[in-house]
Design a protein around this ligand. Structure first.
Ligand code: 5GP
Length: 194
């Protein structure tokens, strides 16, 4: 997606060869117009899938997920990373090792919000090792629902997540695919619009 890649080029900061910082438009301050276009792009890419729910993980997935849910006119659910006092039993859980925080979180979603037969689109900001996306997919499957696809804003293609997700048979669509962060520079995988 040209708009997202341009934004990464101008405002993204390469922290080291494994981590890209996008605090000024995704992870801290957010760019609503960009989020709106991202929602439209996911709606275009997954339009054949009869999506009934969008699922993400707090907190940075929420903005793009809600714009995607708006386009599909379906509810948006976010998995919680910390146990909530009001969300005690009747939850799907998955253990997810956080790439950025380097700790394992047990993520949860209430049984109430994913139903058997739902066609769920999973949305997240980054794809590194694939732990977050695969954990979300496992919860969808625990519910007897279908993982219709996984939509990622920024895939770091040099890390193992993308290959792992495809190997497990899920449809993956990434709006920006980063080939390398070496030398402090963002290099994208070449696609039609580059
Ligand atoms: P994974 O579960 O695929 O290993 O990592 C994905 C999660 O880690 C995303 O939800 C995102 O929050 C975080 N993440 C992974 N890589 C990066 C990165 O380069 N920059 C930022 N800002 N977050 C990242």
């Amino acid at each position: 997606m040209r708009l997202l890649k341009d934004k990464i080029k101008t405002d993204g900061i390469v922290l080291n060869e494994n981590v890209l910082k996008v605090d000024s438009f995704i992870n801290h301050q957010m760019d609503p117009k960009l989020m709106k276009e991202i929602g439209k792009e996911f709606a275009r890419l997954f339009k054949e899938e009869e999506i009934t729910k969008v699922l993400t993980i707090e907190s940075s997935g929420i903005a793009p997920a809600i714009m995607t849910g708006l386009e599909f006119d379906v509810p948006v659910i976010f998995a919680r990373k910390r146990k909530s006092l009001t969300l005690t039993s009747d939850v799907y859980t998955a253990k997810v090792y956080s790439f950025t925080k380097q700790e394992t979180n047990e993520i949860t979603v209430s049984h109430k919000y994913i139903e058997e037969g739902d066609n769920v689109l999973i949305v997240d900001d980054f794809l590194a090792n694939g732990q977050a996306a695969i954990g979300l997919a496992k919860m969808v499957e625990q519910a007897g629902a279908n993982v219709s696809g996984i939509g990622i804003l920024i895939e770091k293609s040099f890390q193992p997540g993308a290959e792992e997700i495809r190997k497990q048979g899920y449809r993956l669509e990434s709006l920006a695919r980063v080939k390398s962060l070496a030398g402090g520079k963002v290099q994208f995988v070449e696609t039609k619009e580059t």
